[in-house]
Design a protein around this ligand. Structure first.
Ligand SMILES: Nc1ncnc2c1ncn2[C@@H]1O[C@H](COP(=O)(O)OP(=O)(O)OP(=O)(O)O)[C@@H](O)[C@H]1O
Ligand SMILES: [Mg+2]
Length: 382
């Protein structure tokens, strides 16, 4: 068991492709950490450096207390599952899972001949481990089949089984579910979480899918252009995004952004978008920045139909009047596309609503949950 750490890690490809830029991140022992970010932000490169498949240009990679920069991949005690895993096509599922163990633990034919009792004990041990893992991943019925006789999801589980059976110090998973259809992906996600809970092995999981990150990670690390943007528990990242990028990346439908200015009327500070303005909660640090251009962020879930009971009691400080352009039914809710003057807002409205397309209605906004971003740095002001 071991934690993993990136200390001032950078990776430059060629002359000027900075794939990872001064990454500092500590993954705790037994933690399930998700690395998430858009395509090309450096996730796979970061993972490959832990595995030793890529050398870092600068900085230290730690596994436990050991600096592993110069430790060969096979001695790092890591198992990696890729998006495009390859199973051995000529071997059945059992042998696919057992192959790596045999290679590691049974030291060649001559050794086996001269150590028959020990070799037999190792073979029995491998057999019980393969069967245990197959049971965990519900592939024990397919142990005799070849990979081509399996569905994509079953194959994916064989690839996972092959990694898990080794009981490594650290699991690295690079988009391991991306080949699966939506339903199977959700199921396998839950399976992986259960598996992590029972095995307790430090896991670093890469995805570009924010839902997968939010649902799986004990903590999630959001990257952009090789740089770490924020690392925290999913609830914290959602409620307190550190900057505009994280705010836009986490949450679905994504957060609304509106150009605005901080204004003051007497003691009360507002975030003023021209066509509407909202009162800033007392003591908000932006309140003292009168005249400053900012971006106002409002999550669709924090905009309510003013006529329905909600967390927000309507008053003149938190209510806006908007026209409903489109209503998309999701069953339990509607996604409502609203216009206020020159601004467009997306809201997620309870299905009890009586609002109608092309009509105006009052909406309340949870002022405790609005976000203000500095237009120069894009950092959250709070
Ligand atoms: N071997 C390489 N040589 C040159 N540039 C590379 C190499 N591998 C990756 N890059 C570049 O480094 C950056 C990060 O790539 P990386 O594969 O780590 O991204 P990623 O976050 O895993 O993206 P994706 O979600 O698309 O898999 C990209 O700009 C990529 O083009
Ligand atoms: Mg990748």
């Amino acid at each position: 068991m071991a934690g993993v750490a990136f200390r001032n890690i950078s990776k430059v490809f060629g002359k000027d492709v900075k794939a990872v830029d001064n990454l500092n991140l500590e993954i705790r022992d037994k933690e399930f950490m998700v690395l998430v970010g858009p395509s090309g932000c450096g996730k796979t490169t970061a993972l490959r450096m832990i595995a030793g498949l890529e050398e870092s240009t600068e900085g230290d990679i730690m596994i436990g207390e050991v600096r592993v920069n110069d430790v060969p991949p096979k001695d790092r005690d890591i198992a990696m599952v890729f998006q495009n895993y390859a199973l051995y096509p000529h071997m059945n599922v059992y042998d696919n899972i057992a192959f790596g163990l045999r290679l590691r633990e049974l030291k060649g034919f001559f050794w086996q001949l001269t150590h028959m009792a020990e070799a037999r004990r190792i073979k029995l041990d491998i057999d019980s481990r393969v069967k245990e893992v197959a049971r965990m991943l519900q592939i024990e019925k397919y142990l005799h089949r070849r990979p081509k006789e399996l569905s994509g999801g079953q194959r994916q589980r064989v690839a996972l089984a092959r990694a898990i059976v080794r009981k490594p110090k650290v699991f690295l998973m690079d988009e391991p579910l991306s080949n699966l259809d939506a339903k199977l992906r959700v199921e396998t996600r839950a399976e992986l979480i259960r598996l992590h809970r029972s095995l307790g092995i430090t896991t670093i999981y890469v995805t570009h899918d924010q839902t997968e990150a939010m649902t799986m990670g004990q903590r999630i690390a959001i990257m952009r252009d090789g740089k770490l943007q924020q690392c925290d528990e999913p609830e914290t990242v959602y409620a307190y995004p550190a900057n505009k990028f994280v705010a836009s990346f986490i949450g679905s439908p994504p957060m609304n952004f509106v150009d605005a200015k901080i204004t003051n009327v007497g003691e009360q500070a507002y975030v003023d978008a021209g066509d509407f303005k909202l009162a800033l909660p007392a003591g908000h640090p932006a309140a003292g920045m009168s005249g400053k251009s900012v971006t106002l962020g409002i999550r669709p879930e924090e905009i309510f139909d003013a006529t329905l009971p909600s967390r927000v009691t309507p008053n003149e400080l938190n209510t806006i009047r908007a026209k409903v352009d489109v209503l998309e039914p999701l069953g339990d809710r509607y996604i409502a596309y609203l216009t206020i003057g020159g601004h467009k807002l997306v809201s997620s409205i309870d299905n009890e609503t009586k609002i109608k397309v092309d009509q105006e209605a009052n909406f309340t906004i949870n002022l405790e949950r609005i976000h203000i971003f500095d237009n120069d740095t894009e950092a959250a002001i709070r």
